[in-house]
Design a protein around this ligand. Structure first.
Ligand code: I3S
Length: 128
């Protein structure tokens, strides 16, 4: 990779705005509460930021912005889940610890990209 991308962050895979709701914590069902989230896929983690106003790369550099939460993708499961919402383009991410999230976008191409990118990270970790 180039010196420029190294000073950016070498392991960044993807970042963008998605609608998010957590629907389970440790296997316990939670009440849905959708909200926009700035989602960053970096290394083995999906990191959620609350403030969708800060969408520049510097906003999620370590130290510059505090993540709302973070998900370890190792052993996670990803499924399309249009049966779990009236919204379109919904997928469910389940962690090994039994946390479940729904992620959604109105833009078909965008949600497919997210699904494929997260899935490829999960599969890479499965092979390690
Ligand atoms: O699966 P549900 O219960 O139909 O989910 C809806 C509710 O969580 C609703 O909030 P209330 O708890 O105030 O009813 C949300 O506003 C809706 O967005 C949820 O449904 P969708 O179909 O949007 O995931």
């Amino acid at each position: 990779s180039s010196p420029d991308s190294d000073s950016f962050t070498p392991e960044l895979e993807k970042a963008g705005l998605l609608n998010k709701t957590k629907i389970a914590e440790g296997g316990r069902k939670l009440r849905k509460s959708w909200s926009p989230s700035w989602v960053v896929l970096v290394g083995n983690s999906l990191v959620f930021f609350k403030d969708p106003k800060s969408q520049t790369p510097s906003s999620w550099r370590p130290g510059n912005s505090k993540p709302e939460s973070s998900v370890d993708l190792r052993g996670a499961q990803l499924l399309w889940a249009n049966d779990l919402s009236s919204k379109k383009n919904v997928f469910k991410l389940r962690t090994v610890t039994g946390n479940e999230f729904l992620l959604q976008s109105e833009t078909d191409s965008l949600i497919k990209e997210w699904f494929n990118t997260i899935q490829s990270v999960i599969h890479r970790l499965d092979r390690e």
